[in-house]
Design a protein around this ligand. Structure first.
Ligand SMILES: Cc1ncc(COP(=O)(O)O)c(C=O)c1O
Length: 482
């Protein structure tokens, strides 16, 4: 896919798969979308699928499965204990990651619960390249503190640094020396850092982190949920990895980690998750929590059909033509938006295209959730659902004050192998229109605010009547178009 040259015109991402099963999607008129977003409390998580045209909320559990995955699901060996399907999955994990022990779990955050309950004690610290919402929540619930050790480049919206997900090694060392190694529960490295725009870390950076871990006797936990994109970027951006296969890079990374966990809703294009390690001690410590919270050790809350799909999904992730599909579509979207002056996170990362709401709607204060307002406005004018990744996704501090996010992003995730290039062009067209009419968008305020993970089911209202003004302008410019 990456090496196909076009004879004339610009190169465009070329799919190395074809659709053989399709699902009808609805593009509702803007008047219906207005009712839908109002009913959803201006929270895109609460929209109904029947009101959504393109669902770019997430890539979690919504990537297209392959024919081989679907076929494998029919062969599943269903049993509570000792299922042959589990053995297949365990063997695939050993083959790909080279880890002896495997604990299944129903999704990524379930792995985080087990790891945090096992290793985070009150007052301990977990340094990470950047937090993810659920990973931080589990550390905090267990009395730990998250310390983000990112490089200066990480939070720059416009950058040409190929590995913005890297950890700052001198800062990491400084933190450990200051706090004492016994206070560090473990170091967590996240592949394809979700909250800063799907930005990757390099193999070299992980090697440096490993050295620090060895020096101070600290465990390295690797969140491989977004590994597929990170593998693509390492192969294409890291000189020494250019001639390595995806399999070889995976193994190099895996060998550096003590514990690897993943959400199979992302890695492996199915639904589930798991933790693997070569440490018998760590395995035994976590094992009983799997039976307590997830299910027996040979299914861990997953259906055998999903486990069969993960086996094939992991195998297919070792194919460069599979892992490059997401990043190439995202790059196309980022480049086209940049040409039109829309502020986007660069370089293009994995996971999705990230719009910088701080600049897009720079007239909205952070306390009025600019990224949340932009997500609601974008749905209204396009039927495309994105996700707020900003202050709404943070939690208030102990005194009830807002924790203002480092970044205010509208994330438009690119579910792999799901949308065509014409869909992506439609999504771009409506953002460009919205950018030209950005002055019409104003803020949001909570009317129902849960204290934990409020972005999932909190409800908001607009700070003025801006939604109706947007609908009016849309009708002026688009006539009776959907
Ligand atoms: C990097 C990362 N870690 C962990 C998780 C949690 O996984 P899950 O949604 O399967 O619980 C996610 C989900 O988006 C993620 O992106």
């Amino acid at each position: 896919m990456s090496h196909v040259k076009f004879y004339y015109g610009d190169s465009v991402p070329l799919e190395m798969h074809k659709a053989r099963i399709v699902q009808k999607i609805n593009l509702q008129p803007i008047e219906r979308r207005l009712v839908a977003i109002e009913e959803a409390g201006y929270n895109t998580f609460l929209l109904k699928n029947s009101d959504i045209f393109m669902d770019m909320l997430t890539d979690s559990g919504v990537n297209a499965m392959s024919d081989r995955q679907q076929a494998a699901m029919l062969e599943a060996d269903d049993s509570y204990a000792g299922s042959g399907t589990f053995t297949k999955l365990h063997n695939k994990i050993k083959e790909i990651f080279g880890k002896e022990y495997f604990l299944p779990a129903h999704q990524g955050r379930a792995c985080e619960n087990i790891i945090s309950k096992s290793f985070v004690k009150k007052g301990t610290i977990v340094p990470m390249n950047y937090h993810f919402t659920t990973s931080k929540a589990h550390v905090v619930l267990n009395g730990g503190v998250v310390e983000e050790i990112f490089t200066e480049e990480a939070l720059k919206i416009k950058s040409d640094q190929p590995f913005k997900g890297n950890m700052d090694i001198p800062k990491l060392r400084e933190l450990i020396q200051k706090q004492g190694q016994e206070k560090i529960a473990f170091i967590r490295l996240e592949a394809g850092t979700n909250l800063i725009g799907g930005q990757p870390h390099s193999l070299e950076n992980m090697e440096e982190i490993r050295k620090v871990c060895d020096e101070f006797g600290i465990m390295l936990v690797y969140d491989a949920s977004l590994l597929a994109d990170n593998l693509y970027f390492i192969k294409n951006r890291e000189e020494k990895c250019k001639n390595m296969s995806i399999n070889q890079i995976t193994r190099k990374l895996a060998d550096l980690a003590d514990i690897i966990y993943f959400s199979a809703r992302k890695l492996g294009c199915a639904r589930g998750g798991g933790i693997c390690t070569n440490s018998k001690e760590a395995y035994l410590k976590m094992r009983e929590l799997v039976t307590l919270y997830e299910g027996f050790l040979t299914y861990g809350g997953m259906s055998v059909r999903e486990m069969e799909a993960i086996v094939i999904g992991l195998e297919e992730t070792m194919d460069e033509n599979m892992v490059n599909q997401g990043p190439q579509f995202i790059e196309f979207m980022v480049n086209e938006l940049q040409k039109k002056g829309v502020p986007v996170v660069t370089p293009a990362g994995g996971l999705g295209c990230h719009i910088n709401a701080m600049e897009f709607v720079d007239h909205i204060p952070q306390e009025q959730y600019p990224a949340g307002a932009l997500a609601a406005a974008y749905y209204l004018v396009s039927g495309v659902r994105g996700m707020e990744r900003g202050t709404m996704s943070e939690q208030r501090d102990e005194d009830g004050n807002e924790t203002l996010s480092h970044m205010e992003l509208l994330r438009l995730a690119m579910p792999r192998r799901v949308y065509s290039l014409s869909h992506v062009k439609y999504a771009i067209d409506r953002i460009v229109w919205l950018y030209e009419n950005r002055h019409l968008i104003e803020g949001l305020k909570f009317v129902e605010e849960p204290s934990v993970l409020r972005f999932f089911f909190g409800k908001l209202i607009t700070t003025s009547n801006w939604q109706n003004k947007l609908v009016e302008k849309f009708r002026q410019d688009f006539g009776d178009s959907l």
